[in-house]
Each structure stands twice: as structure tokens, then as C-alpha cells.
Ligand binder design. Structure first.
Ligand SMILES: O=C(O)CCC(=O)C(=O)O
Length: 278
């Protein structure tokens, strides 16, 4: 993570890393998802995410799909490759610290034309959330839960999808409710545009949400969430990750599935080339 990227992440609470995946890697992920397309569940009725916001409502809900790390071979393989991807490890080493770990089960967000948005949320002020935070101390960023969102389709201006309030990870005051509903101060809210193969990294402390999807093509954003090595938000690792997740993983991939504990206690650590060094 170079100095410019650190500046931008500290400034905005997110960073877009361009062209991490090549087109054949994107295709493999999309083929695996297509193979499991019947498992996508659209969040309607009580699972709706748009609250009572007129600006976020849609004709259907967001599609969710999980469990890809446990899919039968070869379908799980493209997702295993993302677990400790050498192009992303250096960012997580900087943002979360060495020894970072995967926190939640990964999940795909899909949206078809007309899919509703998601009320904005985030964990900056006024209270302190010890699981999802952004702190700058001793010349260094320290983050709790952090999202790595792998883009498997393009997101163009005005398509909708992920949006953020840049800088809000450092906010001290609560986000006004009308802003969380995309009904006020829209000029301070940024829709994140990107190409398939890009990765958006953002801290859960930044106020973020989803705008209704307006494009003809489907949105596909694959979310891996990570925490520092000493911390767990979700209990997905407990009592253990499913056995099906662990098949044929490299030592590096297994390292990020370690439960939370101190790095001092022989926690495996990856260097900035994504190789296990201890
Ligand atoms: O649409 C997005 O990428 C944001 C998703 C999100 O914030 C969530 O699922 O909590």
C-alpha cells in the first residue's frame, strides 16, 4: 500500500484497487456463481433492506448468495484464490495489521434492474464500537471489521450499488436519518464506480449503503470481511469453519482462517507478497 493509497484510505475510508483480477479469473468466478444461480435468494418482505425510504425502494430485493468456499470442486476454487490474494494481502497488512483474519462467511451481492437499495449504516460516532472502528494512532491506521468487495461486473455512473459518505469513518456526530435514507445531502454521498476485476476496500466504520440498481446488467459484488488477528465480529469460525471450506487450501489461505488470538502466540503471518513467514 503506497503513500498515496494510505492518504486516500485515511481521507475517505475506502480505496478502489484497480484491475486485481484478470478476465479469466472473473470468468471463473462468474461461471461458478451461474452454476449455483438457483441458490440466490432475493431479500423481499421482512428481509427488505430499504427501510421506509422512498428513495431506496425497488421492485425487488437484493440477491444474496453464500457458501462458495464449500462448493464442490472445481466451483469453490476461484473463491479460495481470493482468501489470501497476494495483491490484497499488503493492503490488509497495513489496514488491519499482520495476522489479519477472515471474519464472516463470504457472500455475493447480486442486483437486477429495479432491485432496492440498502439504508446507510456505519459505526463511526457518536459511540465507540470496539468491533468496527477507525483509529489513527502512532502514525498508523487501525481498523476493525473491514470489507474487501471483489467486483465481478462493471458499475458505471448512475447504475446504483455501493455508495459511501467519504470521510464519515472519522465522524463524531450521528449521521442524520434523512441522509441514511438518501433523502437529503445527496451531494455528500458518493456512488462507487468500478470495473469487473477491481476491488473496493472499505472500513465498516465509514457510513455506507446501497443505491437501487438501474442498469440492465446484473450487479455482482463479492464481499469478504476481515478483522485484525485478535478480534472477531462474527462467530463463523466457532467451533470451526466447515470442513468443506478447508479442502486443498494453501498454508496462506489456512492462515487467514485462524481463530482470533494475539500475534505473539505463534500466529501465522503473511508478508506483503502474500507468503507465510511465520
Ligand atoms: O451494496 C453494498 O455493497 C453494501 C452492502 C452492505 O453494506 C451490507 O451488506 O451491509
Amino acid at each position: 500500500m503506497n503513500e498515496e493509497e494510505k492518504y486516500l484510505f485515511d481521507l475517505n475510508g475506502y480505496l478502489v484497487v484497480k484491475a486485481v483480477l484478470a478476465s479469466d479469473e472473473i470468468d471463473l468466478c462468474n461461471q461458478s456463481i451461474d452454476q449455483h444461480g438457483e441458490q440466490i435468494r432475493e431479500r423481499i418482505d421482512e428481509l427488505s433492506l430499504s427501510g421506509d425510504s422512498e428513495s431506496l425502494k425497488g421492485v425487488t430485493g437484493r440477491g444474496d448468495l453464500g457458501g462458495m468456499l464449500g462448493w464442490e470442486k472445481p466451483w469453490s476454487q476461484p473463491f479460495q484464490e481470493l482468501l489470501a490474494h497476494p495483491k490484497i494481502v499488503p493492503y490488509l497488512n497495513e489496514i488491519l495489521g499482520v495476522g489479519f483474519r477472515m471474519d464472516h462467511n463470504p457472500g455475493l451481492i447480486t442486483m437486477r434492474k429495479g432491485a432496492e437499495g440498502h439504508v446507510f449504516h456505519g459505526s463511526s460516532g457518536p459511540g465507540f464500537d470496539p468491533n468496527q472502528y477507525y483509529i489513527f494512532k502512532n502514525g498508523k491506521m487501525h481498523c476493525g471489521l473491514t470489507v474487501v468487495a471483489w467486483q465481478l461486473s462493471d458499475v458505471n455512473p448512475n447504475d446504483g450499488g455501493l455508495c459511501l459518505i467519504p470521510g464519515s469513518h472519522k465522524c463524531n456526530f450521528p449521521c442524520p436519518q434523512p441522509m441514511k435514507h438518501y433523502q437529503k445531502h445527496q451531494e455528500h454521498i458518493r456512488q462507487i464506480t468500478c470495473k469487473a476485476g477491481d476491488v473496493v476496500i472499505f472500513t465498516e466504520a465509514v457510513t455506507h449503503g446501497t443505491l437501487p440498481w438501474k442498469a440492465n446488467h446484473h450487479r455482482r459484488s463479492l464481499l469478504f470481511r476481515y478483522s485484525p488477528g485478535n478480534l472477531a465480529y462474527a462467530g463463523s469460525y466457532h467451533p470451526s469453519w466447515p470442513e468443506s471450506y478447508l479442502q486443498d487450501l494453501t498454508v496462506e489461505q489456512l492462515s487467514v482462517l485462524e481463530p482470533p488470538y494475539h500475534t505473539r502466540l505463534n500466529r501465522p503471518i503473511l508478508d506483503n507478497q502474500g507468503k507465510k513467514i511465520s
